[in-house]
Design a protein around this ligand. Structure first.
Ligand code: PXL
Length: 273
């Protein structure tokens, strides 16, 4: 029996019944990193691999009560913030973080599902930008989210770098703009340091797969785990990117739409049958 306690990683996200994205997917990613997952539900969705049919935000008071109860019970080593659903829930999360000063907060600024459904309202986007961005250790927009948050056109690596600067200007300490749809698939990490901005580039092959449902959730949760485990940001991003690539490469063919990743690909044989 392991004698040490695992690092506790908190996922603040929505519920996707198909477990490709959201809190149930995050639990798998966090378990795959040998951390302990606790969760705070922000919204219930009805969705499958083919798309999102319904979005129902949770009451903000329940979000606050959940976060305060968890933080009072366990030492939280990292946080992954995903879908927020509404401005009220986004404010509840921002107030909690401002009061607690937790380390290793990874903000995945989820605006739409991969199938295009809005997962936050207009006012919520403003709270995310003004209230949450400055509290995060790292923000992980994809290209579309980076464009929506900065108002810049982001179509290539130069655009990703410019958007990262724009996000620093909004108060973000570290920014990863993920460009999984680019060829080659390139992520840009931009860090605000005492000596100025430092930029790192991570390239990998673009994987020919339709199993892309929840890649953003998996990346942000893996990054939170790596930070919780003590990695410096550059290594944490590199390992998170490798984790997502591995989970995509090992994905099973499930569902009629964009299939889920195989989050637990590192756990040996998944079927003895
Ligand atoms: O892939 C984004 C997404 C979709 N659906 C739910 C989520 C998230 C991200 O957190 O929580 C329910």
């Amino acid at each position: 029996m392991p004698s040490h306690s695992p690092k506790v990683v908190l996922s603040i996200a929505g519920f996707d019944p198909s477990s490709g994205a959201g809190i149930t997917a995050d639990i798998k990613t966090i378990a795959a990193h040998e951390c302990y997952a606790v969760t705070c539900l922000t919204a219930v969705t009805v969705q499958t691999t083919t798309g999102v049919n319904q979005v129902c935000p949770e009451p903000a008071e329940r979000v606050t009560a959940t976060l305060e109860a968890l933080a009072g019970d366990m030492p939280i080593a990292a946080v992954r913030i995903g879908m927020l659903g509404s401005a009220a829930v986004a404010s509840a999360v921002a107030n909690f973080l401002a009061g607690r000063g937790l380390a290793n907060v990874v903000l995945d600024p989820v605006l739409r599902s991969s199938s295009g459904t809005p997962l936050i309202d207009e006012r919520g986007l403003l709270v995310l930008k003004d209230g949450l961005l400055p509290l995060a250790a790292v923000v992980t927009p994809n290209i579309e989210e980076a464009a929506a948050l900065t108002g810049l056109a982001v179509e290539n690596q130069d655009g990703m770098r410019a958007a990262a600067r724009g996000l620093h200007a909004l108060g973000a300490r570290n920014v990863v703009v993920t460009g999984g749809h680019l060829s080659p698939a390139t992520d840009i990490l931009s860090c605000m340091t005492a000596e100025g901005f430092k930029t790192y580039e991570f390239s990998g092959p673009q994987l020919a797969t339709t199993s892309t449902h929840g890649t953003g959730c998996a990346f942000a949760s893996a990054l939170a785990c790596n930070l919780a485990l003590g990695c410096q940001i550059e290594l944490a991003v590199k390992l998170a990117k490798e984790y997502v690539a591995g989970a995509m490469a090992a994905a099973y063919s499930l569902g009629r739409g964009r299939g889920p990743l195989n989050h637990l690909f590192g756990m040996g044989k998944t079927s003895g049958m």
